[in-house]
Design a binder for this molecule. Sequence first.
Ligand SMILES: *[C@@H]1O[C@H](CO)[C@@H](O)[C@H](O)[C@H]1NC(C)=O
Ligand SMILES: *[C@@H]1O[C@H](CO)[C@@H](O)[C@H](O)[C@H]1NC(C)=O
Ligand SMILES: *[C@@H]1O[C@H](CO)[C@@H](O)[C@H](O)[C@H]1NC(C)=O
Ligand SMILES: *[C@@H]1O[C@H](CO)[C@@H](O)[C@H](O)[C@H]1NC(C)=O
Length: 217
Amino acid sequence: MYADIVLFVFMCLTAGHADHHHQPCHSHNMSGLMNVLSLKGEIRAVGTFTYDSVGQKLRFQSNESHPTNTSIALDLLMFFEEGIFYEIDSKNQSCERKKLQMTSHPLDIPDNAKFVGTVTSGSSSIEGEGLKLNTWGGKLKKMKDGVDGSYSMSVTMGCLPVNTFYFTETTSFLFSTYDVDLEIKDPDLLVVPSFCRGKPLEDTPEGTVNSFLHEFM
Ligand SMILES: *[C@@H]1O[C@H](CO)[C@@H](O)[C@H](O)[C@H]1NC(C)=O
Ligand SMILES: *[C@@H]1O[C@H](CO)[C@@H](O)[C@H](O)[C@H]1NC(C)=O
Ligand SMILES: *[C@@H]1O[C@H](CO)[C@@H](O)[C@H](O)[C@H]1NC(C)=O
Ligand SMILES: *[C@@H]1O[C@H](CO)[C@@H](O)[C@H](O)[C@H]1NC(C)=O
């Protein structure tokens, strides 16, 4: 009993201690693949992404027919610092420019995120068979239908995002990245296409929240 209490206090102390030493890290410039799963069991999208962590820009392109049938095809160019984004349709060279109501996204840990813990996926004792991850979490205001939500984000020791969950009482989504490279392979992907330039901002209907996450809902 006494030993349990001592252990419990010790764990609280070390957990509290760990907290002070963890500041949310920021990811690198990256290119890679991303898939989005609704936790109702549907693959929402599989696509490629390019991320500029300095300029806070993200391009995501998915294809509904390849490699698996997914429910949505998207081409998004997000400018998180400016708070705007483009929905691009390259086929008919059209695009819509919209305001972001929520700038959180699955590739960057929000500055006010709380450190949850460190775990090793797979094995921590067999070399090459484990992946050590730091998990961060927090709340998101008025995520869906005015209801607040939460997120949980796991990154490698080098701050590469691996998994991000978003959840409310009624929906949850999992964003996973894989085959990530630490560079912007094609900088042109982060430039607004000529046919999108000078587009006026679309009106946001009352109650609508635009964000990277909401594109997949
Ligand atoms: C990330 O990419 C941007 C845009 O290409 C570039 O200005 C910046 O120097 C890059 N940062 C790093 C750390 O490579
Ligand atoms: C989607 O994938 C199909 C099959 O690989 C390909 O023919 C098509 O060009 C792709 N579309 C886009 C927009 O990448
Ligand atoms: C994808 O969907 C199309 C049309 O519904 C279907 O013909 C095709 O067989 C599906 N492909 C796969 C791999 O499920
Ligand atoms: C472009 O195509 C999409 C569907 O593929 C359609 O919703 C949109 O209205 C089209 N835009 C223009 C300007 O034709």
